[in-house]
Design a protein around this ligand. Sequence first.
Ligand code: NAD
Ligand code: MLT
Length: 308
Amino acid sequence: MWRVLVSDDMRLGEVRYPGVILDYRPGIGREELLEIIPAYDALITRSRTRVDAELLQRGKRLKVVGRGGVGVDNVDLEAASRLGILVVNVPEANTRSAAELAFGLLLAAARGIALSDRKLRQGEWDRKFLGLELKGKTLGIVGLGRIGSQVARFAKGFEMRVLAYDPYIPKARAESLGVELLENLEDLLRQSHFLTVHTPLTEETRGMIGRRELYLLPRGAVVVNAARGGIIDEKALLEVLEEGHLFAVGLDVFAEEPPPKDHPLIHHPRVVHTAHLGANTLEAQERVGEAILERVVRTLEGDLSYAL
Ligand code: NAD
Ligand code: MLT
């Protein structure tokens, strides 16, 4: 029998596998997880569970870690590989939902949707706010992978000009989307009225958009991060927003999650935020849950085709 532990919220679907005992413990605390992990052959998580070297080492029977989603920045891949533990994910299952939320934040930031909602709840009927139209504006996308490409398609539908910076993709991919692929991040920033990041969080991308980069954007730009907290430096983002260089910001992710309750970006009137909800639709979670369980079971059975 394989014992599989699920440590985060997940819709696992109806399919069950003979020979697999599934323990669903969403929200399990760190201490308890460390205590019980030695009994499991596989662990399935989303972004909440920190799968670090300590946890992996404690998992004496652990053979597979399944990441229900795309980003594996919460998994110590180096430690997993050293310990012979395979890591699998389902990178394609939440693309559409993540792109829709990123675009939703972009629209909400441009039109002051959350700001007006908050004012109305406080009894204030304020019609002075003037938002920004998307048509004819330039959207800069950093990271033209699955989600970035889908955001580009949406932007085309809004008649925006779309630029991208992604040194790892062929020009033909950008061309097929009607996107101009630039070789230099600075060139993209100088032209982007709207900026959205869709890279993984890596040593290279952590802090890649800082104060200097934000000041390269035209005055009055809108900035969205629905990828990972830390790609855009939060301190710099707050400063540049307060100095009046940015129009508004949309955030789904934070460097620390959940963010501290007194986090100044959360309380800033020009920031609209969601609680890392990019993948949280019924549809995406059904796809993610079913696929990750299947991939973990197949990997336990010896199929290596999903291993990262
Ligand atoms: P992807 O791998 O398809 O695309 C990432 C792209 O970033 C790739 O094309 C890659 O070449 C590019 N890239 C990497 N390093 C770069 C750099 N230094 N500069 C510019 N481009 C760079 O991944 P995806 O499915 O599009 O997901 C992107 C990220 O979005 C994930 O890694 C994850 O962190 C995040 N995400 C967040 C949510 C959410 O709930 N908010 C949901 C899904 C994914
Ligand atoms: C992901 O990387 O897939 C996202 O963070 C979404 C999630 O884990 O829910």
